[in-house]
Design a protein around this ligand. Sequence first.
Ligand code: FA5
Length: 340
Amino acid sequence: MLADSIRELESGSLARIRAARTLEELEAVRVEVLGRKGTLTLAQKEIGKLAPADRPAFGQILNGAKRDLEAEFDRRKSEFDQAATGARLKGEWLDLTLPAPPPRRGHLHPITRIQRELEELFRSLGFAVLDGPEVEDEYHNFDALNIPAEHPARDMQDTFWLEGGHLLRTHTSPVQVRGMERLGPPLRMIAPGRVFRNESVDASHEHTFYQLEGMMIDRDVSVAHLLYFMKTLLTAIFHREVTVRLRPGYFPFVEPGFELDIQCLICGGTGCAVCKQSGWVELLPCGLVNPNVLRMSAIDPEEWNGFAFGLGLTRLAMMRYGIDDIRHLQGGDLRFLEQF
Ligand code: FA5
C-alpha cells in the first residue's frame, strides 16, 4: 500500500522533472520532492512506523525511487547547463581567422618627407648629413659667417635673443661653420633643420620654419657646379621642369651671391598671396663661399673654394603640395595633415 504510493510519487515526479521548462521549474520540483521537507524525504521518516519485517523491502523501494529521481534530476540539470553554455558561446563567438581591423597609423609630416627625400638624394651624391643646435651662439650664427656685430646684415634676419649672447638660430648656416670646423676640406654636407625669426606671420612667413643648408668645398668649384646641384635638387623634388630664375643676391657669407627663385606653382606665375602677386617664390639663396668665411674656419682660400645654399624647406613643401598658406603646416590641424 505504502509502496504503491511511493511508486506513484516517483512516476508523477519523474514526469514533472521531464516536463520542467526552466532550471527554476526543475529546482522547484526537486525541493518539493527531494528537499529537506520534500514528500519523499518525509516518507523516509515513515519507515520507523513499519513492522521491522517490512522495513527492508520498503527501504529498498524508497532508495530506488530516490536514486531514479536524483539521476533524472541531474540529467535534466546538465541539459539546462549545456543549453545555457551553448547560448553564451554563441553570443561570445569570435572568428579568429577574420582579418583584424587595420591599426590607425600615423604618417610623416610633408616637411619631414621632403627632408628625407633630399637627405637620400644628397647622400647618394656623397654629402654628409649634419645636425646642429637650435640654440646657437652669436659667433656661429653671425660672426663666423662674416656678419660681425653692428653689420647691417644682422638686421636682415630678426632674431630671438636669449640670455648670455645666445639666440635661436635664424638660419641653418651656422651648421656650415660647425661642419668646416669639425670635418675640414674637402667637404660635402647638408644640414636640414628648424630655424626661428622674430617676424610677423603671413601666408608665406612663419616665425618657425625649416631650411636645408648645403655646402661643398673642394678645389676649383665654380658657379657651374652650384647650378648643377641646384637643378638636380629641384628636378628630384618636383619630378618635372620648373621655371627658375637666378638674380644677384647679397649675403655676407657668399660672393658672388644669388637668389634662385622658382615660378610660383600655386598660381602658375600670375600672382597670388603666396608669391605676393609677383609670380615668383624665393626659394634657394646660394653662392660661392666668401673667402673670409673659409679663413675664419681655418681653411686656406688659396687652395680651397666652394659653394653654399640655404633652401627654404617649408616654402618648398608649399610649392610641391600646392599649399596656399604657410600657417597650415605648423597649425597641428589633423584635417589638414591627414591629406598627405
Ligand atoms: C638665409 O637664411 C641664408 N642663410 C641662406 C643662404 C645659405 C644663402 C647659404 C647663401 C648661402 P634667407 O633669409 O633668404 O637666407 O632665407 C632662406 C630661405 O628661407 C628663403 O629663400 C625662404 O625660402 C625661407 N624663409 C625665409 N624667411 C622665412 C619665413 N619667415 N618663413 C618661411 N620661410 C622663410
